[in-house]
Ligand binder design. Sequence first.
Ligand SMILES: Cc1ncc(COP(=O)(O)O)c(C=O)c1O
Length: 459
Amino acid sequence: MSERTRFDLAQDQIPAAWQNLLPVMAQAGIPLLPPLHPGTKEPVTPDLLAPLFPEPLIMQEVSTEEWIDVPGEVLDVYRIWRPSPLFRADRLERALDTPARIYFKYEGGSPAGSHKPNTAVAQAFYNKQAGVRRLSTETGAGQWGSSLSMACSFFDLDCLVFMVKASYEQKPYRRIFMETFGAEVRPSPTSTTEAGKKILEQTPDSTGSLGIAISEAIEIAATNGDTNYSIGSCLNHVLLHQTVVGLEAKAQMELAGDVPDVVVGCVGGGSNYGGLAYPFMADRLRGVTPDMRFLATEPAACPTLTKGRFAYDFGDTAGMTPLLPMYTLGHDFVPAPVHAGGLRYHGDSPSLSLLVKHGHMEAEAYTQNDVFEAAVLFAKTQGIIPAPETAHAIRGAVKEAIAAREAGEERVILIGFSGHGHFDMQAYDDYLNGRLPEVEFDPAAEEAALARLPEVPVG
Ligand SMILES: Cc1ncc(COP(=O)(O)O)c(C=O)c1O
């Protein structure tokens, strides 16, 4: 019989609790630094976040409990597409002629096509419970906006999405997807917020960025009593909700009879990769699997982990969020409009940043041409067209598989397959027709943005 290539869990094996890595990091001697109030530079107290988030999410943000129950109403929605499958990419292995065994955890089968609904559903649920009428948010590639639009329609909430203009123009079908669920979508920067107006005054033809869209969405929530803000990545509670991915993957790797040597994922703000990696990382930090490697991948156009500075910085461009301790390129750094819109974020999750800083996680940056080469190979072998963001993880895994071949070594590689690329055909068209630029990063722009960081000592 040929080897098994698909590892499924039963529906009643969806994790009933999310895993919080923060207490495990603290036990391992790497406690998270607190977010700071931008004015006083003192640690932020939960009440400061109350205009934006409902209480259960604020408590999750600072929780020291390792396990947090998934509410039954959230599990009911998860059951639409979870547990997601784990596949062995045997055809890719053969094409690469590698002794490595490559697995991928496929989040593209969710209704929105990515991992993002795992937190969107939870956030919509807690906001509905708190009596909120509307959620405002940002979206880069459109995956997060699609997910929140769907979640809001399940829980009967209105949804306002600021979509980065570069993506709004590249991806009209993502906009229509969101509108189908009843969301209102605006191309950011808009003239409907003070933050957006300011950017448009300075740069009338701005293509936008996640940092700008976040400023607009937060402003709406802060100035409208019936509206809360919802974030698609970066914060602790978002990564927490995504750990359903890694918890399932751990059980599925057991079914496959393998333990990953390296866990690879792409990082925008860190939610899909944190979600996959953290349940495995808990074992590394506890000394159960001290040699397991973790590889975070990112675009050369927005090399936060590989070229950024570990510093306190704002999560948005206008400087409305608390100061977060993280790798950053500077809050007003605007990355080139690469197709991986979801990875065009100047900062990163504080916990993931710390893991990189302390050497528990490696990071690499790739150019678009390299990334799409790997994505096309994956499509031609496994039949699934990856989202441009996911393609970064695939590029990292292909590199690992080639290294295993060269070393003559059986390496077990686990890929976080964060989403499919069915709305990204323009990106593939640009790659296939040689229209992607070779140079995507301007170090002088980064230097200038870093010079404008708030002056707060870190650690
Ligand atoms: C398919 C996909 N993967 C990855 C990302 C990056 O976000 P994160 O780092 O939060 O997983 C996005 C963000 O939009 C996405 O749509």
